[in-house]
Design a protein around this ligand. Structure first.
Ligand SMILES: [Zn+2]
Length: 184
């Protein structure tokens, strides 16, 4: 393979092919034409081929990190149950298991979000803000691959959430609100 890449003009063809082939492999696509189509759609959301590859690789890595973590948690759950000796152990182990289950649920939720991101890459809608249809941008996506809103829409959403929380307080408290919010 290395010798092929050294043959001058052929090298650029091979490089192009390998970008399609890499996406094909990462997303289990049918053929390179499908990869090409995805690149075209994501380009209209401001993402280059190299950026698409980088994002898919990050998503795949995040996914496998979580799945590996879950295996560790499940393995520990089983040994804990086998080693149970008395009621005190049982009680503390229940708490521990509850924590581990909550952790696992949270991770499951993240895996679902990651799979949704992969689906959106496959259908070409990835990288487009669900609020205003603007490009989310590579910088934000690489920091948060599951982002579905651009920074502006995300900040607007958070502002509304804060307003609805603050709205329940009497208006006369408005002035002291700043300090109260910063404490909590
Ligand atoms: Zn937006």
């Amino acid at each position: 393979m290395a010798s092929k890449l050294n043959k001058g003009k052929v090298a650029s063809d091979d490089n192009n092919k390998s970008v399609e082939a890499r996406l094909m492999r990462l997303l289990d696509l049918k053929d390179e034409a499908e990869a090409d189509k995805i690149y075209g759609l994501l380009k209209s959301h401001g993402l280059s081929k190299a950026q698409v590859i980088a994002l898919v690789e990050t998503i795949r890595r995040e996914e496998s990190d979580i799945i590996f973590g879950e295996r560790v948690i499940k393995g520990e759950l089983q040994t804990n149950q086998e080693d149970l000796m008395d009621e005190a152990d049982l009680a503390s182990s229940d708490i521990e298991q509850g924590m581990k289950m909550r952790m696992a649920n949270r991770e499951n939720f993240k895996v679902k979000r990651l799979h949704r991101a992969l689906d959106k890459i496959r259908d070409g809608s990835y990288g487009e803000c669900e609020g205003c249809s603007a490009d989310i941008g590579f910088a934000r996506l690489s920091a948060r691959t599951i982002a579905e809103l651009c920074i502006a829409c995300k900040e607007e959403e958070e502002r509304k959430e804060n307003l609805s929380a603050v709205g329940r307080r009497p208006k006369s408290m408005g002035q002291s609100l700043g300090t109260k919010l910063s404490v909590s």
